[in-house]
Design a protein around this ligand. Structure first.
Ligand code: 3PG
Length: 207
């Protein structure tokens, strides 16, 4: 099995990854610049809209300091397209052996999602020790993360799903958490409305 490039080489420990769903690709660059102005240099653009790859391409071409990842990856074709687009990493809500293998072949840093003990065990068998914990809040939240720490001291997580301004810091401070993700910093409707001031305000609350 090809070795998976670790996401930890792309995303500095302690990072917060804004998970962004962008309906209008023209919004992508001003959004990325807004995040960069708030000292956030990583963005996950989800494949939940038709223009997602165009949005990612716009940011890759115009915001060189931004690490652009493609999220909601559920097929190998999407992994190939992410590679062609120049994405720095890919994220999936779940995990399949085929996706893990393809990410390895493409040398694409990859963050697949897990939510159960068995899935963490399967991921570790495939050599993965950096995983998205999704959907974090519905799958048991911080209590399950603490259990994962006892069972798998060699594995780190990026909890995503249901994080917000109230619980984000608690997640980030868990020993086995290397970064966190979520849409609360740049919600879809705020991106659509080009509400850069609102996104700056939310992001400013993190500092
Ligand atoms: C994701 O794709 O990672 C999630 O949709 C993010 O979850 P959130 O919208 O609850 O932050």
């Amino acid at each position: 099995m090809p070795e998976i490039k670790s996401i930890k080489d792309i995303i500095p420990a302690g990072s917060i990854i804004p998970v962004c769903t962008i309906d209008n690709p023209d919004r992508a660059v001003p959004l990325a610049r807004t995040l960069q102005d708030c000292s956030i240099h990583v963005i996950e653009i989800t494949l939940r809209t038709e223009g997602a790859f165009t949005a990612a391409e716009n940011v890759i071409n115009e915001c060189p300091g931004m690490h652009v990842g493609i999220g909601t990856v559920t097929s190998v074709e999407q992994l190939h397209r992410a590679k062609e687009t120049g994405a720095k990493f890919c994220v999936s809500p779940g995990m399949t052996e085929r996706l893990v293998n393809t990410a390895g072949q493409l040398e694409m840093p990859y963050l697949p999602g897990v939510s159960t003990v068995s899935e963490v065990m399967a991921a570790r068998e495939m050599g993965l020790h950096y995983l998205k914990f999704f959907p974090a809040e519905s799958a048991g939240g911080i209590r399950i993360l603490r259990m994962f720490r006892e069972l798998f001291p060699d594995t780190r997580f990026c909890p995503t799903g249901g994080l917000n301004e109230t619980n984000a810091a608690d997640y980030l401070h868990q020993d086995n958490v290397f970064c966190i993700g979520g849409s609360w910093l740049a919600p879809r409707d705020r991106i659509d409305a080009a509400d850069w001031a609102g996104i700056t305000r939310k992001t400013g609350q993190l500092q």
